[in-house]
Design a protein around this ligand. Sequence first.
Ligand code: ADP
Ligand code: MG
Length: 542
Amino acid sequence: YQGLAGRSTDEVLQLYAAHGQQLKLQRSSVVTQLLGAIKKRLKEDLKSLHSFALELSKDFQRQSKTCLYQVLAAVQGVQLQNEAMQMFQIKAFDLEQSLQEVTERYEKEKQKRRALHNSLVELRGNIRVHCRIRPLLPFDDAAGHSVAQDRQRNFSEKVAYAADDETVLVKCSRPGHASINKTFQFERVYNDLESQDAVFADVAPLLTSLLDGYNVCIMAYGQTGSGKTYTMLGPQLEGNLVFSIEEESELGIIPRATQEVFRLISEKPPGSYWVEVSVVEVYNNEIFDLLAKDSYGKVLGVKRDVVTTREGKSDVPLLTHETVENASEFLHLVNRGLQLRVRHPTLVHAHSSRSHLVVTLTITTVVFGDNFGTSWEDEQTSQRLNKEVSCTFPQKMRDNKSTSSSRASSPVQLEAIEKMKQVKTRLQLVDLAGSECVGMSGVTGAALRETSFINRSLSALADVLGAIAEQRAHVPYRNSKLTHLLQDSVGGDAKLLVMLCISPGQKYLTESMQSLGFGTRARQVQRGQVKKKNLPVSSKAK
Ligand code: ADP
Ligand code: MG
């Protein structure tokens, strides 16, 4: 401002303007410079951005290419896998089919082998042994052992199994020892789930044999509570009845066998067969006739004796034989007889029967003298004769004596009666008393006496089997009433089936092993070919 002093206003104004201009010039050159710098910078940035974008797109392309390859590879892999899977599926299908074929062939072979084995059993007169393992039941946990004992040996553990339908597997373990598996082979083994139906299905062919002229005996063996009575009769009811017909699926062998016998008879010419029943109990080595009635018609167990006849057969004189015409009549009769059966609650099982029960069905078949041992040549004639003669049969005589004698008066009929012969075949169904040893059941006094009689009779049975197996000249049938009574079935000409019953629990291991041992020895018995009674009707025997 000092330089302005003394200058005129115009000059000052001019100076200002010049100064402003100068400033403007200066500013614009700075701006230009700045702009230039910014432009340069922008250019550089754009360039680097461009190259970055290029790089990025290249990278993206690279990566997408790799991804594409990967996807392609994966798709190819999946396709290959699909193909492989399809191949596998085809292979699996093929394998499944061949497995099915092999299984079918195996089943066929098994059946063939069974049939062959059956013929062999027949030829050798072997005793058939089937084994049924019952399920574990609530009472297996309780009674007989303290909790400490139970914990120590795990008494309720299952140790007996059906490994397959011919093999029993038993896990034998002792404290401090490693357990060993033992196996036992039988003609048939039933696991704990197999029904009464399944058990009976294997028994039924024997009944066909019965009507074909063979004696048959089916005997349940095992310790108390192992399922003998369940298998032979069915579950025991609380009331008076031993079994009821309402529970058809639960019925045991005895009622089913009777139904089957009557079914088979119904297919034969009417009147050519008739059936008588006897029910016998062997208790403390005494034989009781459970169908005997007093003079008032009241059923009471009458003591009987067993004798050997001149032909060397065992017989029970005076034994009551009741004729039955159908299965329900039979059930009624047996129910009545069984109410007399001696029972004693042991610790093992409250309803254990302490006696051997023998239910016998005697089937009488009418055979005509001329045709004896040959087949009927003229079926119609035989049926006619059968019909005519049938009115003279005992059960008819019982109802209609006078009619029968008056009817059989024509010469043809008299001739027919002369030629008529009767052939008797017998089905013995035996529910043995429990095979356990004394210590097990915890019994004393009278019950101890019972048990010792039971043990003696069962060891007599084992002795008899041993003597037959060794083909000894003397077989000690008479050592016990049981063996004497069963002499013809055990040693004679009957097809004999022993149904071993096994409790699966560890607690019963000793008893189960004893039963399995008995069954194994029984299987080794060879009694020579089972003889057929001469019967005119010939159908295929088992
Ligand atoms: P045992 O006559 O050998 O003394 P039981 O036949 O009386 O034995 O059987 C003892 C118990 O086990 C009964 O309550 C019976 O119902 C039951 N039981 C036996 N076997 C079977 C089975 N296979 N399935 C179901 N329960 C069974
Ligand atoms: Mg019983």
